[in-house]
Write a protein that binds this ligand. Structure first.
Ligand code: ADP
Ligand code: MG
Length: 647
């Protein structure tokens, strides 16, 4: 009993001061930040101001349900920058939500997300193709922006008091492996960060320099960023200087388009999207009518690193009357547009309801519909320039295609916006292009799925189609396995896989019908005998052996039986440890015109058996499957090679 009690009391007791080691990931990151990032260091200020602004947004939101949290400030939020020349320190202070003891440790000592690893990786990539200037810029994108303070400071102190708490805490570190957390007594609400600047970073004590940095990177911050009068006894001139607001301090999205420059849009995009590239597209509008809202949305140029992570946050922030509500709200953006970043602000949404209830609010749904409509319209306009549009498609097409099965209402529109690699053209083609080029007698839109477009183009299943000049869409995104069966048709034409058994190509007119082909045609009886021999030899290894019209150059290929899952999908599911259901029925198709197949008519016994298995293994390899018995395969192949070489 006593034991339990003491253990419990030990657990609840927070030491007044303690030193802890950084999580290994953070230590590694800090080492890099401190020792190798020297250019573009000014972005530390952007990161700290961005955190301060987030902290104020969060308190403003929390105060909606608990106004006491605001204490006596009545919601006047601001970020103060203080310069102390004699002690060479720069402070950045906010009156936002603050951090308590545990939050200081968790937020400034560990990284919850996979931030560091990804950041380090991207540094490596960026280094190989350019200078360092670009490198540091990425830091905010990976949720590790705070640590950029150590680029300019060799000692950082963070004094923070969480809104609603009586006492504050100090976090301090020199960035070398460990940090200390100690009780700070009655600190002001919010967070004050003091940077003891490195010798070579004293430029950041200059007013003009700070003015320029804030203007460049943080002008769009909706709170005032105020430079406090400089404390410097030796400098009499500055003694009665006034506090100076360095930024415009108004919500950028509420301005009209012609009040915002391209650079301001870009900086805002960097802030809101935690991004560093140029926006590929900017959409800014005020919707009026039944529902009023303002949207400022960006489509990035580059694919964000975490686009496919399931736990990834949304990047469109919802504001209600300039009050930040959430950037995690499902229902604000359709999932297939999750690469979009930006801000939506509406005064028509209720403020005092939970996020969960907001998610299902019919007004939110209407806003989503409005946003989707505008974005798709803009995409349609930009698709007029195929090269420009291709850049978008290469980056986000795989995500966008999720909409083909998720957004039933806009399916036709999305199909028109989709682009594909195809056997019929070098670049990307649209379904409109495809259907306009369809052959006489061709009823379906033919496609093939697999791992790479290059392999698909050379696959035996597509051979016969290509030989006849029939265009085949080459679908190499995993998502393609899922949308095609759901969509089923485009413009009343069915999608049909060339890798499915039972495709009859004879109805389609070839580009140029080959002459004298009939001569090659083996007797029906002969080929039926070959089929029977192969079936007997292969037994259970295949579901069936059939004569095919799809092959021209290859002797055999594997296809999935009609109506079943494609071989590629089955392989994908298996790779991901998913249960693909009952084993898929594979059919070996043979090319009756191929000399090798014809020769099989006159062999039997072991030679036939070996040839049958070699042909099946060969088909498996071409299909991208593993050979189930590599030793037997090698033995048979060697035997055949030996014969071939000696004769
Ligand atoms: P990010 O801002 O992307 O989450 P950072 O490294 O910039 O990553 O900050 C880490 C975390 O530290 C923030 O998510 C936040 O919880 C906390 N934090 C940083 N600065 C402040 C601040 N001024 N006030 C309150 N919390 C802060
Ligand atoms: Mg940050």
């Amino acid at each position: 009993m006593t034991k339990t009690k003491s253990a419990e009391s030990q657990k609840s007791e927070t030491p007044k001061s303690e030193t802890r080691e950084f999580q290994a990931e953070v230590a590694k990151l800090l080492d890099l930040v401190v020792h190798s990032l020297y250019s573009n260091r000014e972005i530390f200020l952007r990161e700290l101001i961005s955190n301060a602004s987030d902290a104020c947004d969060r308190l403003r939101y929390a105060a909606l349900t608990d106004p006491k949290l605001l204490e006596d400030t009545s919601g006047d939020f601001a970020i103060h920058i203080g310069i102390d020349k004699p002690s060479k320190t720069l402070t950045i202070a906010d009156n936002g939500i603050g951090m308590n003891h545990d939050e200081l440790i968790a937020n400034l000592g560990t990284i919850a997300k996979s931030g560091t690893a990804e950041f380090l990786k991207s540094l490596g990539e960026a280094k190989s193709d350019g200078g360092k200037a670009k490198d540091v810029n990425l830091i905010g994108q990976f949720g590790v922006g705070f640590y950029s303070a150590f680029m300019v400071a060799d000692q950082v102190e963070v004094v923070s008091r969480k809104a609603g708490d009586a006492e504050g805490w100090t976090w301090s570190s020199n960035g070398q492996g460990a940090f200390t957390v100690a009780a700070a007594g009655a600190a002001p609400r919010g967070t004050r960060i003091t940077l003891h600047l490195k010798k070579d970073a004293e430029e950041f004590l200059g007013t003009p320099r700070l003015r320029q940095i804030v203007k460049t990177y943080s002008d769009h911050i909706a709170l005032p960023v105020i430079l406090d009068p400089i404390k410097d006894e030796s400098d009499k001139n500055e003694r009665d200087a006034e506090p100076e607001t360095l930024n415009s301090a108004s919500a950028l999205w509420m301005r009209t388009k012609n009040e915002v420059t391209a650079d301001q849009y870009k900086e805002f995009y960097h802030h809101v999207g935690h991004a560093f590239d140029d926006p590929w597209h900017t959409l800014h509008y005020h919707a009026e009518g039944a529902i009023e809202y303002t949207a400022l949305l960006f489509i990035p140029t580059q694919k964000p690193f975490d686009l496919f992570h399931p736990e990834r946050k949304g990047h469109v922030k919802l504001y209600v009357n300039r009050v930040f509500i959430s950037d995690q709200l499902e229902g604000l953006m359709p999932r297939y547009l999750r690469f979009v970043r930006g801000v939506v602000d509406s005064s028509d949404l209720p403020l005092n309801i939970s996020r969960e209830m907001l998610q299902n609010n019919p007004i939110l749904r209407k806003i989503q519909a409005g946003i989707s409509k505008r974005l798709l319209k803009d995409l349609k306009d930009r698709a007029e320039k195929p090269e420009d549009y291709a850049a978008f498609w290469e980056a986000f097409g795989a995500v966008f295609k999720e909409g083909l099965y998720e957004d039933f209402e806009r399916r036709e529109e999305l199909l028109d916006l989709a682009r594909f690699k195809s056997s019929g053209a070098d670049g990307l083609v649209s379904l409109k292009d495809y259907t306009a080029r369809m052959k006489e007698g061709q009823e379906a839109i033919y496609y093939i799925t697999g791992e790479s477009t290059l392999a698909l183009k050379a696959s035996p299943q597509a051979e016969g189609f290509l030989a006849k000049g029939i265009e085949v869409l080459l679908l190499a995104d995993p998502i393609d396995e899922f949308w095609v069966p759901t969509v089923a048709t485009y413009d009343k034409r069915p999608f049909k896989s060339v890798a499915e058994a039972g495709t009859d190509l004879s109805a389609i007119k070839a580009a140029e019908e080959e002459k004298g082909e009939a001569k090659d045609e083996p007797q029906a009886g002969e080929i039926a005998a070959v089929v029977e021999k192969l079936k007997a030899s292969l037994g259970e290894a295949v579901a069936d052996v059939r004569v095919s019209s799809r092959l021209t150059g290859s002797p055999v290929c594997l296809v999935a039986d009609t109506g079943g899952m494609s071989l590629h999908l089955a392989r994908m599911l298996k790779q991901h440890g998913e249960n693909a259901g009952p084993a898929i029925r594979k059919v070996l198709e043979i090319n009756p015109k191929h000399p090798l197949i014809k020769r099989l008519g006159s062999v039997g016994g072991d030679a036939l058996n070996d040839a049958a298995h070699l042909l099946l293994d060969q088909a498996r390899i071409v299909e991208g499957e593993a050979v189930p018995d590599p030793a037997a395969f090698a033995k048979r192949l060697s035997a055949f090679l030996e014969k071939g070489l000696t004769s």
